[in-house]
Design a protein around this ligand. Sequence first.
Ligand SMILES: Cc1ncc(COP(=O)(O)O)c(C=O)c1O
Length: 369
Amino acid sequence: MNKRISFAGPSITDKEVSYVLDAVRNGWYENYDQYTKRLERAFADYIGVKYALATHCCTVALHLAAEALELGPGDEVIVPDFSWVATAYAVAYTGATCVFVDIDPDTWTIDPQCIRQAITPKTKAIMLVHTFGHPADMDEILKIAAEHGLFVIEDAAPAIGATYKGKLVGGFGHVACFSFQGAKMTVSGEGGMLVTNDENIYRKACLLASMGRTDSKAVFWSDMLGFQYTMNNLTAALALAQLERVDELLAKKRQLFDYYYQRLKDVAGIKIIKEKPGYKSNYCYPSILLDSTITANRDEILARLKDLNIHARPGFPRMSLFPVFNQRFENPVAKSVEQRGISLPSAANLTEADIDFVCQNLINLLHNS
Ligand SMILES: Cc1ncc(COP(=O)(O)O)c(C=O)c1O
């Protein structure tokens, strides 16, 4: 069997190993939260925001964001109908209602025009996603939010290092969240980060992330229903080492995308999701859409690639169809990506020869099956 061509996977060097070893050996007693604090400061400085709170994972960071904005029953939150379900469940945990809207066919991020159409007097927030590392259309979204007095939450889970008009994503909305889960560009196994410039949001999120503990009336006193969502020091050591290598990891992702682009750009029937002018994607998950001229079945293609030890992924199913939610809009673009979208392998250990192998087999399957 040939080398496994993994969909995703990190680059781990001596730096990561030495930080984790140091945390295991010395990250106790007075140093128990040293790496967590260093990570939070370094992350806030990197994004260019005032505050960062490290969490167990991005899902809980998103939940904290929604709670800190006091979303709840009776509120509507506009969410793109194409994402990992954490985006929507984080809203649903608060009791607020998700209103699922369509995505832009060129970027697979939330379509601002669809946001406008979905606004009602109950709308309280927009939860956008920088999908697969491509920034959402921030100017338009912020304009709509300002016109209607809405909160903006950036789900930047896979998008570390991506920029919109030269500014890193994560610094645009009222609050933003990132993931360090193992398939992301910077990993710590599980891990998340909430960032904001708003001191009130930060303070509320910190309180909620540590069980609402205030010590106000006694040691261990809690003043609100909180959660245990904080990141441990060992995880933070790994995340910090990865963050310190972010430019190198970003360059690798962009290089892999470029290998794909050179080989697939002129292939009939494929639309490559490529960054638009003014946007810089981190290409966490390079993706394509098969157009209607391709008669081969998408899932069949994925299965045949898997037989070759090439691990690609289908587009997300529309979350609006999940039993937890009630669909309100049709969302045809999200439907087409669900049915005809493919995300290609971009693990950090892949080489140009591996991408060549993927592309040759993909093209062969598209046109000969
Ligand atoms: C868009 C999006 N939001 C949220 C998450 C949740 O991140 P985590 O696994 O760190 O909870 C993911 C993870 O894949 C994601 O892709």
